[in-house]
Design a protein around this ligand. Structure first.
Ligand code: ATP
Length: 489
């Protein structure tokens, strides 16, 4: 399966979906650039998310907050103290890694030995400072996020997990490492000038809660949504754009009064909306997604329930989209730290309400990688990306059968110019027709139109379908309505 990931990464580079960041200067770890085809796909996914959750709903409004924010925002949210990962370094080869990722990957690769690990662990005495039950649950669930430094160290020592880079077992003591990127504003460095690049988009919604309530017509329950970049100082390498230091998030804070709405019902309806978006809007195979409920140790103390929608990436089931009931924790934190009241007035009762919130938070780049993985097929000689037509980078490619026949080229260019006003299209007259089909298959273009000598006589063209490779003959005048109908299906 790892092989499939290598193939997707190679295709993504070859066809202009994703390039390694700063490649000309030897690369910069965990950064990527989106090429001409990838930029289109990324934009289509973002537009569909925005259209689905903001434009098509009457209860959610959009926001576009600043990427750099006051240090107090991140103190109030708990990120300056709590937003940290446990890191270890290999003393032999200096490889740095997140301890939870190392342990979870190791357990995933040794699943058949998990009972043995737990039995071994139970058979020896341990320090009074650790909770053996938490460790056992962590090992059994292959989820060790939320364990203490000592508990993480105990697991590492107990399982003797070697360095994935050099194979030696020589780890430093685990330590915490904050994920926020500090930025120093102004010319004079100092505490006053310290701000942070946002580690999530969500705080923008809480900080602007009062502004949105006062400037719009919202009534509970309602959501504030945002699509934009977040930054985290991630050290785990690999798996393309799955985990990067700069990434795009689509987050919604859905505010409600727990006295009038059942959070369980809202939570379930968000689960349905997220599932529907992935399966029906992005066209992902249902058997490749699943829900995973967070364990008590993993879940933040203020959250009543957290579930992750996971996708079966070539490197295993991993988090795609988190859903958390965060109570009124965030607004209350900002009330405490800013000294201001944050509430909405119920027009019927005049009661001031500081609402609770349910937060669906997705990484757009993870949606992008999921779309590539799910769409990737090898069929004999050809590689085809069966991307759902509504998000495919280009919908139609128009070719003249022969590049050196001027009448064919002129006719094909005319069709291309007419179609491209309304449908994202590409014109191609390089190489032979077979090669052009292969290229379009690899960038996921659903239909190719070929102009041949008959087209000059009878005004018809060949339309070839990416998925079936079947060809139909259609009048040029009907092309637009044919593709529009297909795209709206
Ligand atoms: P993980 O456990 O994988 O680090 P997380 O639980 O920290 O993710 P959240 O804080 O819940 O992630 O962020 C919401 C969403 O943002 C995630 O579901 C994921 O899709 C995306 N995301 C988080 N960190 C990254 C990253 N470094 N690169 C790309 N996407 C990310």
């Amino acid at each position: 399966m790892v092989d499939k990931m290598d193939k997707i990464v190679a295709l993504a580079k070859r066809r202009g979906f994703i390039f390694p960041g700063s490649e000309l200067y030897g690369g910069l770890a965990n950064t990527y650039d989106y090429g001409p085809v990838g930029a289109e796909l990324l934009r289509n996914i973002k537009n569909l998310w925005w259209e689905t959750f903001i434009h098509r709903r009457t209860d959610i409004v959009g926001l576009d907050a600043s990427l750099i924010s006051h240090q107090k925002v991140w103190e109030a949210s708990g990120h300056t103290t709590g937003f940290s990962d446990v890191l270890i370094d290999c003393k032999e080869c200096k490889h740095r890694i997140r301890a939870d990722h190392l342990i979870e990957d190791y357990l995933g690769e040794h699943e058949q030995k998990i009972d043995e690990f737990i039995e071994l662990f139970t058979s020896v005495p341990h320090s009074a400072d650790i909770d053996p039950e938490r460790i056992k649950t962590g090992i059994a669930n292959k989820k060790v996020e939320g364990l203490t430094l000592l508990e993480v160290e105990t697991i590492l020592n107990h399982l003797k997990i070697p360095c994935p880079n050099c194979g030696k077992f020589a780890w430093t003591t685990p330590r915490k490492f904050n994920l926020l990127f500090p930025v120093h504003l102004g010319i004079v460095m100092g505490d006053q000038a310290l701000a942070y690049l946002r580690g999530e988009t969500a705080q923008g919604m809480f900080v602007n809660f009062e502004n949105v309530v006062n400037s719009t017509r919202v009534r509970l329950p309602f959501g504030i949504a945002q699509l934009g970049k977040s930054f985290r100082n991630e050290v785990t390498l690999g798996n393309s754009v799955f985990r990067t230091i700069e990434f795009e998030q689509g987050e919604i804070e859905y505010f409600f009064d727990p006295e009038s709405e059942s959070w369980e019902k809202l939570f379930d309806s968000w689960k349905e909306s997220m599932w529907h978006f992935v399966v029906h809007s992005l066209g992902i195979r249902e058997e490749n997604i699943r829900w995973r409920v967070h364990t008590d140790d993993e879940r933040s103390f203020y959250s009543k329930r957290t579930e992750d929608l996971e996708y079966n990436f070539p490197f295993g089931f991993k988090e795609l989209w988190g859903l958390a009931y965060r109570t009124d924790y965030d607004l209350k934190q900002h009330i405490k730290h800013s000294g201001k009241e944050l509430f909405i007035v119920d027009p019927k009762t005049n009661k001031k309400i500081t609402p609770h919130v349910i937060e669906p938070a997705v990484g757009i780049n993870r949606l992008f990688l999921m779309v590539l993985s799910d769409a990737y097929y090898e069929e004999g000689e050809r590689v085809v990306l069966r991307i759902a037509p509504r998000i495919a980078p280009f919908k139609v490619a128009v070719f003249p059968l022969l590049a050196n026949k001027e009448e064919l080229v002129t006719k094909a260019k005319g069709i291309f110019e007419t179609l491209r006003v309304q449908i994202p299209c590409m014109f191609d007259d390089r190489g032979n027709i077979g090669k052009r089909y292969l290229y379009q298959d690899e960038i996921g273009t659903p239909w190719c139109v070929t102009v041949d000598f008959d087209s000059l006589e009878d005004g018809t063209v060949t339309v070839r379908d990416r998925d079936t490779t079947e060809q139909v003959r259609l009048p040029i005048a009907e092309l637009f309505s044919y593709f529009s109908k297909k795209l709206s299906q």
